[in-house]
Design a binder for this molecule. Structure first.
Ligand SMILES: C[S@@+](CC[C@H](N)C(=O)[O-])C[C@H]1O[C@@H](n2cnc3c(N)ncnc32)[C@H](O)[C@@H]1O
Length: 460
């Protein structure tokens, strides 16, 4: 089929053969590739075309004609509309099979490596209720589902590709189940109090986000109410209710974001308890503040960090850089195996937390600096490393950072990533220099979602 023969809005029967990075089903039909939303391998579907490009088309499933042998009933009532857990209709063993395959595809196509040897993906034991953080949005503009009625204020998640429509969520199966109770209680009281949700189109209103975090291994919970202004009297009844009903809540904060940007960050005021919660990883305890990054799967993070120790084969004399160190978790966790660790991170608050974490865990051989990594090595000289651990955000490494690392010439680079495509792009650059891949380890941290964590070890 030539793409000029298919049109937007047309319906077409397709057999799904694979999963693309990001979770959509792939179908190849008459030399054209179709990316089909909500479809999984081995399904025969009727799909409606939503976009036509030169070499591919995008579509969404409107009906399953034949089920996949790997298809299971999604546990979640919101599955059809929520874009979060798109793989939930696929048996977990198959989910991880495709994730492993996607790591391989990225390494071959983007990294341009023939026949890469990839370890079997490390699966999760706990595939539901594993998330320690959820960011819900307050809204007066719900995504309407036939036959359902809504309160004036809903709390939920964005409908895919709609910045203004919120799918009301009562029960999410990937977060800790106590979040669902807190969410329902807060929804009840904000409607009773007739508090106004924030409107993202005209930038009016008060309640913006509800961010819940939990130290899974300490039981401590943080409730972060993000509002457009500081009006403590308005939120006092919410705080009183939470304190009365949820004894595990040890921190309630109010983040004020008066800007038009649609983020849950801003100036934070403590409304109850501490400004942070604690989480344990192995023998270490870490502070999590409202604005700091922390791995969202506390059950699997120890497995990830233990794997880093295994692949690094540290020596007592090693000098290690922990780049993009967040609150210092990786650096502190590996500190007893090496001589010194230097952690660098752009967020000032995260570095303050990292220093606090080092002190409370009595780790004396780690040093932290606040900087954009791309600027750090231009202006600063710290002793040269044997090993560099990098754990950048999804866009991967700035080209300057790749150059700086190559110049520093560590004998090992351990690249931790939640985006195998930017990771493969960056690894290619290291391979063009003097490095070779010694190990590729995908780890599932995010069951039912298309997200993949992968660690690639490079050696000189
Ligand atoms: C995926 S997180 C990793 C955090 C940490 N390694 C951990 O496991 O908890 C990426 C971190 O990179 C930081 N970051 C993002 N861009 C940065 C930059 N240009 N320079 C330094 N740090 C950056 C973020 O603030 C975040 O803490």
């Amino acid at each position: 089929m030539e793409n000029n023969k298919i049109k937007r809005g047309e319906e077409i029967e397709l057999i799904i053969s694979d999963i693309a990075f990001g979770g959509r089903g792939i179908s190849k039909f008459n030399d054209l590739i179709f990316f089909v939303k909500d479809a999984i391998p081995n399904q025969k579907v009727i799909a409606r075309i939503s976009k036509v490009k030169k070499n591919y088309a995008e579509a969404f499933k409107i009906k399953t004609v034949e089920k996949s042998i790997h298809e299971i009933e999604p546990r979640c009532n919101h599955f059809k509309y929520c874009g979060g857990c798109t793989l939930q209709q696929l048996d977990y063993q198959k989910q991880i099979h495709y994730k492993e395959q996607q790591v391989k595809d990225n390494i071959i196509k983007i990294g341009e490596i023939k026949n890469p040897k990839i370890n079997n993906i490390i699966p999760c034991d706990k595939i539901f209720n594993y998330r320690n953080k959820m960011e819900y949005t307050f809204s007066g503009n719900p995504w309407f589902i036939a036959d359902e009625t809504y309160d004036d204020v809903v709390i939920g998640l964005h409908v895919p590709k709609r910045f203004d429509k919120i799918l009301s969520i009562d029960e999410c199966h990937i977060n800790d189940s106590i979040f669902n109770d807190i969410n329902i209680n807060i929804k009840g009281i904000v409607n009773k109090l007739k508090l106004e949700p924030y409107h993202v189109r005209d930038h009016q209103g008060f309640l913006r986000f509800l961010v819940l975090r939990m130290g899974i291994h300490t039981g401590e919970i943080m409730v972060n109410l993000v509002t457009s202004g500081y009006k403590p009297i308005l939120i006092k009844p919410i705080i009183d209710l939470i304190i009365k009903k949820f004894s595990n809540v040890s921190s309630i904060v109010n983040t004020i974001n008066a800007n038009k940007n649609n983020t849950a960050t801003g100036n934070t005021k403590i409304m109850y308890g501490k400004s942070y919660i604690n989480e344990k990883i192995g023998n270490y305890i870490f502070k999590i503040s409202s604005n700091s990054f922390f791995q969202t799967n506390s059950y699997q993070v120890k497995i990830l960090y233990d794997y880093i120790i295994k692949t690094a084969e540290f020596k007592e004399s090693d000098i290690v850089y922990d780049l993009y160190c967040g609150t210092g978790t990786i650096g502190i966790y590996i500190s007893s195996y090496v001589k010194k660790v230097y952690g660098i991170e752009i967020v000032k608050n995260a570095i303050e937390d990292a220093k606090f974490n080092a002190k409370r865990n009595n780790v004396k051989n780690i040093f932290f600096y606040t900087s954009d990594i791309k600027d750090y090595f231009n202006n600063n000289k710290i002793e040269k490393p044997n090993t560099i651990i990098i754990d950048p955000p999804r866009p991967g490494l700035h080209p300057q950072v790749v150059k700086d690392i190559i110049k520093l010439s560590p004998s090992k680079i351990i690249y931790v990533s939640c985006n195998p495509s930017t990771q493969a792009r960056d690894v290619k650059l290291f391979l063009e220099s003097k490095y070779q891949i010694s190990d590729i380890q995908p780890i599932d941290m995010f069951p039912h979602t298309p997200h993949i964590e992968c660690v690639i070890t490079l050696k000189k």
